[in-house]
Ligand binder design. Structure first.
Ligand SMILES: [Zn+2]
Length: 728
């Protein structure tokens, strides 16, 4: 009964529907309809196809409710994918001018139908809905690791339920050639199999393709043309377009192992060779006619399998070292009046484009294809940030955005939190009319060097893809807190369906509480998992105490809470610390703060008190210094005061690569420590007006380096901590 009341309350509070992406317009007719199940009635011409992927739609029951699907060409304003869903006590009707629209209407109905003790409940609503962008995608790299057909089918099923309509299938790369090409059997006989990989990158340990011997254990696999036809058919039924990617001319270690004549003639030594001036000869020769014949033969078979109007031809990270010393490549450059290897690559892409265009398709390539001149009709996929996409739009070429720092979902969930995906806009108004006109949409991309299993993909994809789908679908943006509240409520069902999905820790309004103040965790009901906690800084496990619903802490205590299953902690851990943070009585402060620089190899933020700095001074903001740009192995310590003018709740975060820690009045309130990539950790706390002693510690071990400290609060939109806020 409690469940029924909760569901009714939810329906009454419509549009708080647990539908992802949230529809554009939802009008409540009041109340909800209790049903035993559905019966689909569709126009004769539809023959039931639009309800594919209705696995979760309860069908039947003793008195099923009729759901009418009606193809209505008199609703052109709904576009190619829009629909109108009306659920009243009298009828449930889904209308759309297209089959895709009917399909999406069914997906919305499916998600808003909730189980009750006695049957099912659907809110009585009117939904008018259509997407903002026509390209809502996901890219999966099946080369670095092979994912069997059943994994691909399962993923297509899940993606389509959340209105993702494009699956970019990365079939070819250094790690293996994954699609059967009948004219070139070695591509898969040899190129799809290598020694077992340990999933590590970039040591190329797993990129060794030995000759096949009887007892070798080989890792890999490939999709036969029959597999591909089955997968394409399955996707088409779910209104997902599959964009095949045949990477060229670079990233082709697997193909050049299979057919060494694809490499420049002087360098017929396929395989990984650790030489000083290039990585490995994994690139096709752009000077030999036999290369173009090969590419055209392969694309002919690919285009026969995939109806996609767009074919991805890769084009990224081409190391042109071999071309610059190849007689064939040099002869082609002379003959075609090409000034540089970059122009030779552009020539290569133009030739491929001409071939593909002649067969009625477009090519799309990674943003490197802009270099040396863009082929006349090419679409561009922008991955090195958005600059390539913006430039392509300026040149009136169509664009798909997948900037690595916002859309590369192989980044783990702490490095690229769901809030980033939710806030992503591939064509903001500030980008001007070209962006609005030429950006077709965006996609999440998952490279699989370190992600060998389907469960790994689920972890990276869910729930972030729900956020990205919504940001590409819905025009009025939903607030972050409203989205996360809905996601919390839906997480139990999602987790049951997608056991590999990433679970956030319980959300909190404050990460720092006062002694005696009650801690409140926003609990998510997740079947099979219990919310447990510790007070000693350790991560909760199966023996930790169950969360009692509320608790108060004493000064210095740290509460760590998370969802625990039989195998231990299954979610992120949420930490709340207890501190009495007080402002200081100081006078005559100056703008800016002091800093100290420490040389040394640190793997966590050090205890600065025992160290002597190599240099020190004053600075206006908290961040890295230009003079340290090339350096590794050092640490920084910033000290000063944070000035707060208005009482209220503040969010203070560090965004750093590697670790950082922020103390306020001596209490550690942001712990973003450890050797990691660019990652943000946020503290939420109440502050009164005053000057608060502030310290930020940071260390750079190796690889990327960055440090920003951000603040938001009453009257302060999120910004870097700097002028007007920092004093010493
Ligand atoms: Zn060559």
């Amino acid at each position: 009964m409690a469940i029924l009341i909760a569901a009714l309350a939810l329906a009454a509070a419509s549009p708080r529907l647990l539908v992802f992406p949230l529809p554009n317009q939802v009008r409540s007719n009041g109340g909800a309809i209790s049903i035993s199940g559905y019966r689909i009635l569709s126009d004769a011409s539809l023959s039931g196809e639009a309800v594919t992927a209705r696995e979760d739609l309860p069908l039947g029951g003793n008195r099923p409710e009729e759901v009418r699907l009606h193809l209505n060409i008199k609703m052109p304003s709904l576009g190619q994918e829009g629909y109108h869903l009306r659920a009243t006590k009298a009828q449930i009707l889904i209308e759309s001018p297209t089959r895709a629209g009917l399909f999406y209407g069914v997906q919305t109905l499916r998600q808003m139908t909730t189980r009750t003790a006695s049957g099912w409940l659907v809110p009585s609503v009117d939904v008018v809905d259509q997407p903002r962008f026509g390209w809502r995608g996901m890219m999966l790299d099946t080369s670095r690791h092979f994912f069997p057909k059943k994994d691909i089918l399962h993923m297509l099923d899940l993606l389509s339920q959340y209105k993702i309509n494009s699956f970019h299938w990365h079939l070819v790369d250094d790690g293996g050639w994954r699609i059967q090409i009948k004219k070139y059997p070695n591509l898969t006989d040899r190129g799809a199999w290598r020694i077992p990989t340990d999933g590590r990158f970039p040591e190329y340990k797993g990129l060794d393709f030995p000759p096949r011997r009887p007892n070798d254990h080989h890792y890999g696999g490939f999709y036969t043309q029959d597999d591909v036809r089955e997968i394409v058919k399955y996707a088409t039924k779910r209104h997902v377009n599959i964009v095949p990617e045949i990477e060229m001319p670079g990233h082709n270690l697997a193909a050049t192992i299979a057919y060494p004549w694809l490499i420049c003639s002087k360098d017929l030594k396929p395989g990984f060779q650790k030489e000083t001036d290039f990585v490995f000869p994994n690139i096709f020769c752009a000077g030999k006619e036999s290369t173009y014949k090969f590419v055209e033969d392969v694309l002919t078979e690919v285009m026969a399998l995939f109806p996609s109007p767009v074919i991805h031809i890769g084009g990224d990270e081409v190391d042109k070292y071999l071309w610059s010393r190849c007689d064939d490549c040099k002869a082609t450059m002379t003959k075609e009046h090409l000034a540089s290897p970059a122009e030779l690559e552009s020539y290569f892409v133009r030739r491929v484009e001409k071939f593909v265009n002649a067969r009625g398709r477009h090519i799309i390539g990674w943003d490197e294809i802009l270099e040396g001149g863009l082929a006349p009709n090419a679409y561009v996929m922008s991955w090195r940030g958005e600059a390539g996409g913006i430039e392509a739009a300026k040149q009136h070429h169509k664009v798909v955005m997948t900037p690595w720092d916002q859309c590369y979902f192989d980044h783990d969930n702490t490095e690229l939190p769901i809030e980033v995906a939710l806030g992503y806009d591939p064509a903001p108004v500030s980008g001007g009319p070209n962006l609005a006109k030429y950006v077709m949409g965006a996609q999440a991309s998952i490279w699989t060097e370190t992600l060998p299993f389907e469960r790994n993909i689920e972890d990276r994809l869910f729930p972030r893809i729900l956020a990205l789908s919504q940001s590409l679908w819905r025009v009025p943006r939903e607030s972050e807190s409203s989205f996360l509240d809905r996601l919390d409520l839906a997480t139990g069902d999602l987790f049951r369906k997608i056991p590999g999905m990433h679970l956030r820790g319980p959300r909190v309004d404050q990460t720092v509480v006062l002694p005696g103040e009650q801690v409140i965790l926003k609990e998510m009901p997740i079947g099979g998992l219990k919310l447990r906690y510790t007070l000693d800084g350790t991560r909760p496990n199966t023996t930790s105490s169950k969360w009692p619903g509320k608790l108060s802490l004493t000064k210095g205590q740290v509460l760590t809470a998370g969802y625990v299953g039989t195998n231990g902690l299954a979610s992120e851990a949420t930490q709340i610390s207890c501190a009495k943070i007080q402002s200081a009585a100081v006078a005559n402060v100056q703008p800016g703060l002091t800093y100290a620089y420490f040389a040394g190899s640190f793997k966590s933020v050090p205890a600065f008190a025992g160290l002597s700095p190599a240099r020190s001074g004053e600075h206006t903001v908290i961040g890295l210094f230009a003079e340290d740009k090339e350096k590794e192995h050092y640490a920084l310590d910033f000290k000063g005061y944070l000035r707060i003018d208005r009482a209220g709740t503040y969010r203070i975060s560090t965004l750093s690569d590697d670790g950082s820690v922020l103390w306020l009045d001596g209490a550690k309130i942001v712990d973003n420590d450890g050797f990691h990539g660019r990652r943000e950790q946020t503290a939420t706390l109440k502050l009164e007006p005053g000057l608060y002693p502030l310290e930020v510690g940071y260390f750079q071990f190796t690889e990327g380096a960055s440090l920003d400290v951000m603040i938001s609060g009453p009257g302060i939109p999120k910004q870097k901590l700097g002028k007007g806020l920092l004093f010493h």
